[in-house]
Structures are given as structure tokens and as C-alpha cells.
Design a protein around this ligand. Sequence first.
Ligand code: 6GU
Length: 218
Amino acid sequence: MRWTILSLFPEMFVPLQTSILGRATKAGKLQIEVVNFRDYSTDKHHKVDDNSYSPGAGLVLSCQPIYDCLQAIDPEHKAHRIFMTPAAPILNQKRVIELAQYEHIIILCGHYEGVDQRVIDTCFDEVVSIGEYVLTGGEIPAMVLVDSVSRYVDGVINKASLISESYLDGKLEHPQYTRPRVWQGISVPEVLFSGNHAAIQKWKDEASKAVTEKFTKN
Ligand code: 6GU
């Protein structure tokens, strides 16, 4: 799968080169490019923003650099294009799995007060937020999107990890334990040593249900 991230701060994306995503990139399973759309500004000072037409609202990213950057990268609009903004539907695991079907996703990271709505409406397919709080820019949200979706690309992680995990069918995962059997006087649940697969499964189901009820709204 190919990702192209449009950002004014390309130096922020080092995390995507490490650990599992770094390994998957070296193995050819992922391709992640970061493009600074300031390079496409036709302004003599490479300006990418201007005052908002809403009084007092600060700076807004202009259409021109973003549009020209998209024309250079994806002239026929073949990629799925996502704008990261808190004013959008919140990402969930169902949408994450669906997005893994695209061959190429372009992500625009917003900054300042926003982006001129005309380039969003005419050039982008989807808007995505990562939660009910405001961040300084779309870079960290873009990394959240790349990480969560790339896990579902073939060969990125072990398939078994995707089967029993939190949020599939709306349930959160049960707790995990490793050695030692007793740590600071606290024992691992006895049933996990029973060798009784049915009893262990029953414990996992009940523990998962308890975590879900404790942390899920409604
Ligand atoms: Cl996508 N961007 C920003 N700036 N803040 C956010 C967000 C996105 N999602 C949640 N908060």
C-alpha cells in the first residue's frame, strides 16, 4: 500500500520509519512518502496561507499550493484523498479496516485555523478526525491513520494479531499475563494454568465483557 502525506512539517514523520512500519517499508509492503506542499507555492516567498475572511480567525491555508501539489502527485485523482481535521467523523476500527483496501491514500495535514474549504470540497474524498479533542496540527492524526490502517495490509503484522483484538465486534480485549506466576504477591488467574481450553475461553470472554462494560459508553 502506498501513502502520500502532504505536510508543512515533514520532519515530524520519523516514527513511521521505525519499528513495525519501518520494517514493513523495508520489506516493500508499504511505501510512505511525505511531501511539503510549500514547495508548490507560486508565491515568491513560498507563502502557503493568508488571513481568514472570518474576522479575527487567523491564518487559513490557501488552495493554490495544495491544489498544485495534488496535480503533481495524482493528476488523474486515482488515490483516495483524506483531509485530517477535528471537524469530521471520528475514526473507528470499522473504517480503518475499510481504508486498508485502497492502493494509494493521500493525507492532507491541516494547520493554523484551517484550510480553504474550496480545495477540500473539490479535491478530497473524505474528512477524518481521530477523537474529541483538538491538536495543533494534522501530523499526529495522519500518523495514527497510517499506523492503524497499515496493520491490515498483508505482510505488515502477523495475521493472528488481527483476530482477537480490541474493537472487533465492539469488544475490548481481555487482560494478558506473563511470567512470573506471582509478582509482588499478585497471582496470575488460576484458570490460565488449568490446561482446560473451554474454561480458559470462558474466562477470556468474561474478562473481555468486564473490560468492555467498564470502559465503553452506553
Ligand atoms: Cl484530524 N486534527 C487536529 N488538529 N486535531 C484533531 C484531529 C485532527 N482529530 C482530533 N483532534
